[in-house]
Design a protein around this ligand. Structure first.
Ligand code: BG6
Length: 506
């Protein structure tokens, strides 16, 4: 940028920094290309990247799954998914250009022949470009097929390509427990090097989640407070008002702890608690995150609460309980709500309760991290007749109403010293004039660029499971059914026992 040029896009200094980084010419192969994830997230993300000119000039898409489709059918389906789920109005010219060279390869993922056909398509693109393009394999399949696809790629020699990078993106869940995650890591790393593997946790792709790092490490004022001397407790909430929808098959085997806590919520925790990394390289950041996870012991049974929603009302509409949802087996004890009280046993955090809770069919959708500071040690004036001073609280809201709020005590105007909390707010929506990219846009681009900072490393995923495994086992062995909470409520009363005081209202 020249010195006289205005900062940022269109001269708006607030949008500075949204420019895209260069990406090497790449072919992206999506296994599971006709599935829900591809339709709702991956293809719309690709479209939005294309719209912003963020894809490499030479970019090709290959879809693969079991359905018998011709290339044209796949393109038409992909376009329909984009039109339905893109965050922006679709420009048909951009969409056509994105899908013009897209190919489709049908077949069973456990049939070796499929990979031969995929290889031929990749070679043809390379021949056409007269150079080997980078290759990125995206596994958006059923989790049981992750090792199958990886090993089949290896058997066909598709794990490497002369003069080009080959990468594999693996969706969640990465195993259903520690043992499975270890086995999966062993099988994946039997074919690919860790540098080639990108384990997705879409929360890391959210702007507001990355802002936790910016907030902590780009501001000098919070760091001195960021420890056990000043912080009383932390509440991390990922509440949803929706039920399980049509996902009973997946959800009943998973439950809330596996679905959100083992991955997304532990990621939020590590970003909040990690030490400043020496650099923002993938390994420096992940080394620090792993140290946090290793400092957390699995909570004892009395510090883990599970519950299931019963019939209730959301936004005034009656909704069924979990056991009445389509596809949920009679008498299922799967938890749709989970709350844990954790401790990070290190110099910075020892003794600070870190409370995690997540659930389906709660009062509203909100994901936030609330850091409550210790109360003032002594109040020099009489604040009678007021709400009174309450501890300062810093709330990082991941979604919706993305932003940061600082709760302060202020004097109510008048002749008496009356106090009540007031909020100081930063809202993304007003501070930055452009719409944030979707998490998948950022992550797909990073995977194609080979930047693994926002992906989960092998030791990290195992450390996450080490915390959750004993809880899952205790729940599985327990003869006590999960507690109940009415759909649309704040969650089960049992969770109140985890916190000294009260949870923030959802
Ligand atoms: C997914 C879970 O990983 O995250 C879903 O499988 C959950 O059950 C979703 O609804 C929440 O993601 P977001 O981005 O809507 O907060």
């Amino acid at each position: 940028m020249g010195l006289t040029e205005p900062a940022g896009v269109g001269g708006n200094p607030l949008t500075e920094g949204l420019e895209r980084l260069p990406v090497h010419p790449t072919t992206l192969v999506i296994f599971g290309a006709t599935g829900d994830l591809a339709r709702r997230k991956l293809l719309p993300a690709l479209y939005n990247l294309a719209h912003e000119g963020a894809l490499p000039e030479r970019f090709h898409l290959v879809g693969s799954s079991r359905s018998e489709l011709r290339d044209e059918d796949f393109r038409e389906r992909a376009a329909a998914g984009v039109r339905e789920f893109s965050r922006r109005e679709v420009d048909e010219t951009v969409l056509d250009a994105l899908l013009a060279s897209a190919r489709y390869v049908s077949g069973d993922l456990d049939d070796d022949g499929l990979y031969g056909r995929v290889g031929e398509v990749l070679d043809a693109y390379d021949a056409d470009a007269d150079e080997p393009l980078h290759r990125c394999f995206y596994l958006a399949t059923a989790p049981a097929l992750f090792p199958v696809v990886v090993e089949a790629l290896g058997a066909r020699g598709l794990d490497a390509c002369e003069n080009a990078q080959v990468r594999v993106v693996i969706e969640k869940p990465f195993g259903a427990d520690l043992q499975e995650a270890r086995e999966l890591n062993a099988r994946v790393l039997g074919v690919f090097d860790e540098q080639q593997v990108f384990r997705i946790d879409h929360y890391l792709g959210k702007e507001t989640v990355q802002n936790v790092l910016a907030f902590r490490f780009a501001n000098g004022m919070f760091e001195p407070l960021w420890n056990r001397n000043y912080i009383d407790h932390v509440e991390i909430t990922a509440a949803e008002d929706l039920g399980i929808g049509s996902r009973a098959g997946y959800y009943d085997a998973a439950g809330a702890l596996r679905d959100l806590i083992q991955n997304h919520m532990l990621q939020l925790l590590t970003l909040l608690c990690m030490e400043p990394p020496t650099s923002f390289s993938a390994d420096a950041v992940r080394d620090e995150k792993v140290k946090v996870l290793r400092a957390i012991a699995a909570p004892p049974p009395q510090e883990a609460v599970r519950a299931q929603y019963t019939p209730g009302a959301v936004s005034g509409e009656p909704v069924p309980g979990y056991l009445q949802e389509d596809g949920v087996p009679d008498g299922s004890t799967t938890e749709t709500y989970a709350a844990l009280r954790l401790q990070v046993d290190n110099w910075r955090w020892a003794g600070v309760p870190i409370l995690l809770r997540t659930g389906k069919r709660l009062a509203r959708k909100v994901t936030e991290i609330a850091v409550t500071l210790k109360p003032v040690p002594h109040l020099a004036f009489d604040s009678a007749g007021s709400v009174g001073p309450q501890p300062n609280q810093l709330v990082l809201t991941v979604q919706p109403n993305e932003g940061v709020t600082l709760k302060l005590a202020a004097k109510i105007p008048g002749s008496r010293m009356r106090i009540r909390p007031v909020n100081m707010e930063f809202l993304y929506g007003t501070a930055f004039l452009s719409q944030s990219p979707e998490a998948y846009e950022r992550l797909i681009l990073d995977a194609m660029r080979g930047d693994a900072t926002l992906f989960t490393r092998n030791d990290e995923v195992e450390a996450q499971w080490r915390i959750c495994d004993p809880v899952l086992r205790a729940w599985c062995d327990s003869s006590e059914p999960p507690a109940g909470y009415a759909a649309g409520s704040q969650g089960p009363a049992q969770a109140d026992a985890l916190i000294d005081g009260a949870w923030r209202a959802i």
